[in-house]
Write a protein that binds this ligand. Sequence first.
Ligand SMILES: NC(=O)c1ccc[n+]([C@@H]2O[C@H](COP(=O)([O-])OP(=O)(O)OC[C@H]3O[C@@H](n4cnc5c(N)ncnc54)[C@H](OP(=O)(O)O)[C@@H]3O)[C@@H](O)[C@H]2O)c1
Length: 274
Amino acid sequence: MTDSQPSRRARIVVHGATGRMGQAIIRSILGSSRSELACALVRPTSDHVDEPISDEFGMRAPDVDFVSALDPDVVADVLVDFSGVQAFDSALAMAHEHRLAFVSGTTGLSDDQHAALEHAAKTIPVLWASNFSLGVAMLERLARRTAAALADWDCDIVEMHHRRKRDAPSGTALTLGHAVAEGHGVALDDHARYIRHGQTGERPPGEIGFAAVRAGDVVGEHTVIFATDGERLELVHRATSRDIFARGALAAAIWIVGRDPGLYTFDQVLAPKD
Ligand SMILES: NC(=O)c1ccc[n+]([C@@H]2O[C@H](COP(=O)([O-])OP(=O)(O)OC[C@H]3O[C@@H](n4cnc5c(N)ncnc54)[C@H](OP(=O)(O)O)[C@@H]3O)[C@@H](O)[C@H]2O)c1
């Protein structure tokens, strides 16, 4: 990670604060000397509204309550959103209205929601990533390079996640698909195959296939398979803890504070490319 940001702590609003990722991010914030929790946002109908966060995170947690709206008096630098597609719009609107930087890892966004990120980036710094893991960022680079070098090999992407995941293929699988397509010098939309069922016919050259497995409590596995006659290369990433995403999202939140409005990528937070 780069270390180019101001010395004072980043004051962070967490949206989706009682979710699996929201909790992991709050734990990361509380464990970091470079950040502090400014506000913990939950859905308006949540049972946790007005509850002190110390009820969830222990007595050493700061004096912050779970709330459903951002108080204008809250002093903050950045809003970090890990919620869902229905809640995403209001998270972005809050960041925009309060002129906070916006970091989001919510996946399954529509084209309109991606367009809204671009629009907001004219006024505030914005960083959305389908995956905040360092290992996946490296996998993306390797997939792009391998696809370029082995352009005539077949390539499929297989992902596996826990049973509660709501979107498929995963945002990370799509990001990897775009990397492979870039390596091939084509657009993913023209070559993606999301479903195979029944009489599929032979695989056309250049197809980029996706398969999604949903089972148990799997945090996240992604395999990019390159195959030709007689040999197969598999690039695999296995996440075993949500904390890796929380650490990456916190690093992105600290990194983005004080930056100019614009649309940033997680790759820019990481060390320079080889
Ligand atoms: N980019 C990455 O690296 C990465 C990694 C992991 C997950 N994700 C994505 O992050 C998102 C969240 O994942 P998760 O596993 O944490 O899901 P989760 O456990 O279901 O958490 C989602 C949270 O959002 C809250 N929420 C729903 N509506 C809200 C609203 N209107 N205002 C405020 N909060 C609201 C939910 O509250 P209730 O509990 O009250 O419904 C819940 O606490 C998903 O899109 C997932 O795919 C991304």
